[in-house]
Design a protein around this ligand. Structure first.
Ligand code: AHG
Ligand code: MN
Ligand code: MN
Length: 339
């Protein structure tokens, strides 16, 4: 076994880095890893069983839910409930946050915000999907935790991560001291350290955006897309366009290769589509920790003050130079919209 380091071993080794609640945060990360393995098992056999397709229900945001959305949501809530370290789970799939009031959770100090299955429209066609999670420490000191405990700025995250169920399954996370990636070895059922201390290139040549919405984009984004398509050998343009439609997969690729992912405001989604608490804050924390940048086009994602659970925001995230250039275009051609 020499040379292999499992997620569990790595977490224990790194406990000393946590400024508080060492064992508890470790156990919480372990619980998330276990649920991810269960979800991975179902995602991998999705084509074989009656689990593909629509569940026939819609979530709070009016989006159709896939059966696997619901399965993943249930698995993560259940793992966090029995793990005993989490007092609230806020999930994209539930109207309200889920308070955890179990005998083992009496002293639980952590809030988990989660997108249990990201990119779910890709499930039926065998394209990579993911899970995104974000961990906060509760602020209130007694009684049941409340909405105020959930509505914290991204800068308050103590950990964040994602799982990508792709050609291999990976778990990537940060506790604010760099980013590490683990690949699931199905033969031993363990996430093993495969990408230590991940760093995002400061520049890149991939841009990822749903260009079908071009006509509805703010002027600054249109100008950035045109900039990306101009021939200029010195800056490696024209860039390559890559868009999977699973935020986790698009950002994971860009993290490794260098690139920018943009989901701007559009005419139909004037506040953007992606959710601040479940998608943008955790991905922004990870990307910043890897040396990249995340902005809403004008300001840092992690500095946005959340006012509601399912709040949305525009996002420009990736290699620092690319995000700064896109911000320049926004500053020049688009007036900021604040919700
Ligand atoms: P979810 O499946 O959790 O609802 O998230 C889907 C998100 C994100 O993963 C993806 O990048 C984006 O929606 C794709 O949106 P478009 O289809 O509008 O491009
Ligand atoms: Mn999502
Ligand atoms: Mn989702």
């Amino acid at each position: 076994m020499s040379g292999i380091k499992t997620l569990g071993q790595f977490i224990i080794e790194k406990q000393a880095d946590f400024s508080y609640a060492k064992g508890e945060l470790s156990r919480l990360l372990r619980d998330i890893g276990i649920a991810a393995k269960i979800v991975n098992r179902e995602v991998n056999k999705a084509g074989l069983v009656d689990i593909l397709g629509d569940a026939g229900t819609v979530n709070i945001q009016g989006e159709g839910q896939k059966k696997l959305d619901i399965f993943a949501n249930t698995q993560f809530i259940s793992a966090l409930t029995s793990g005993g370290e989490c007092c609230i789970v806020a999930t994209e799939e539930e109207d309200d946050f889920v308070p955890i009031d179990s005998p083992v959770s009496k002293n639980a100090k952590y809030i988990v915000c989660i997108d249990p299955l990201d990119g779910s429209s890709n499930i039926d066609v065998n394209v990579a999907v993911g899970t995104i999670f974000s961990i906060y420490r509760r602020k209130s000191v007694e009684g049941m935790a409340t909405l105020d405990d959930v509505l914290q700025k991204g800068t308050e995250q103590v950990a964040a991560g994602y799982v990508i169920y792709g050609s291999s399954t990976m778990l990537v996370y940060t506790t604010g001291k760099g980013v590490n990636g683990f690949t699931l070895d199905p033969s031993i059922g363990e996430f093993c350290l495969s990408h230590p201390d991940m760093k995002m290139p400061s520049d890149g040549s991939i841009y990822s955006i749903n260009e079908g919405n071009y006509v509805h984009f703010p002027e600054g984004v249109k100008k950035y897309i045109k900039y990306a398509q101009v021939h200029d050998a010195a800056s490696n343009r024209p860039y390559t366009s890559r868009y999977i439609g699973s935020m986790v997969a698009d950002i994971h690729r860009n993290l490794i290769k260098g690139g920018i992912y943009i989901y701007p405001t559009t005419a139909s989604s004037p506040n953007g589509k992606l959710r601040l608490l479940y998608e943008c804050n955790p991905m922004a924390f990870i990307i910043e920790q890897a040396g990249g940048t995340a902005s809403d086009g004008f300001k840092r994602i992690l500095d946005i003050e959340p006012v509601e659970l399912h709040q949305r925001t525009s996002i420009f995230i990736g290699s620092e130079k690319m995000v700064r250039m896109a911000e320049e275009m926004m500053a020049k051609y688009t007036a900021p919209v604040y919700n």
